[in-house]
Design a protein around this ligand. Sequence first.
Ligand SMILES: NC(=O)CC[C@H](N)C(=O)O
Length: 449
Amino acid sequence: MSAADAVTDSLENLRARFIDVRDGKPADYIPQLALADPDAFGLALVSMDGHRYSAGEADTAFTLQSVSKPFVYALALSLLGLDEVSRWVGAEPSGEAFNAISLEPDTGRPANAMVNAGAIVTTALIPDTPDEPAFDRILRCLGRFAGRELDVDEEVFSSESATGDRNRALAYLIRSTGTMPVDPVHAVDRYFRQCATRVTAVDLATMAATLAYGGVNPVTGEEVVSAEVAARVLAVMATCGMYNGSGDWLLRVGLPAKSGVSGGLIAVGPARFGVATYSPPLDATGGSVRGHAALEAMSQRYGLHLMLNPALPGSTVTLVTTADDLPSAPSAEHERVLHEQVGVVVAQGSIDFTAAERVLYALDESGPNGESVVLDLRDVTAIDSVALAMLHTGLARLLSDGRRAAVVDPRDLLGPPDVVRNRTGQDLPRYATREDAVEGCAQALAGGS
Ligand SMILES: NC(=O)CC[C@H](N)C(=O)O
């Protein structure tokens, strides 16, 4: 037993809660998929530290099917950029089934890259290189997301290839509107291979976690795609990933997700985790019945809905104090200056845009008589680039308003002193301790300088 087994327990509990659900049945329009074990039910979760947790049939191999789509879309965005990809495929929820014979009336493009039409075009956009055929690039990319080399289930591939006339029809329809970049036969062949790529629930959770972690695989540490690409893929997953069930999914579960007809399902908690389930029986939208139920319950139980972000009182980053807790001052007058004229703002934790706003607001509020303020950054763990620029600008404004400021910044989080001087146009005194900073301010006040 270990402490972290508590996380595994929560997956086991979800499995136990939904294993007896008997609704739905495995896809059979691809004959090979009908052979899947309807009782298999695996769950896996991968954290941003690359810790993996699983329950049930999490190491059982199955084919990616449509869960491949967001990852190939990520590859297309990486290789071609959003503008070029958007010439070929849209980003609007279609409100239709995954295999709808439907294109945007005005542009002739497929509505989005999550429905079959859009995925076939997206796959077709990946160019061959002199050293590597397009499909090998796709397979290698999927493997980088999963953190291991993946292969194709040839039986599932042949099975879909033998019966996939609807997708073939879609590819020809797309060509007729001028939005198919390659021969439809090649496009569909590649797409079927991509769908037949073999994974486990643990692989899927790792792939989802890579999107959650800004495109970096948290298990291998490899940057698979940029943070910008990962964010865009998650946006399309949130609005289109569950097809004609996407709105209801976002409402109830509140996480970007992607389903596949083999029974795989992924959901992403951005900057938090990737989670995946495997259970073959499907609902009317072609998504896993047990997977859907388990992820909905998990989201509710653990408060994972993206739009649910109650302010955490403990994460307050600033604390406005006067210099009460300082060592005794040499004279009564000196002490009065310390107490009444020097405010102290203590920032804590990691400072992003919203935290920087709090810090800056607190600086304005501090300094009971509007004189000096000390910004103490010793408990700050990180400042992102946006927050850093805001702090520089805010401190510069403070100084140009005639207020005196000093920072306690022994680790130079604000950048080297001359960076700050150049940005603020004035000298911003820095100290290693709060006592010295307050004392420095008090002396400057006493000296009238
Ligand atoms: N929703 C899915 O998983 C569909 C993928 C499947 N290969 C198809 O094109 O029909």
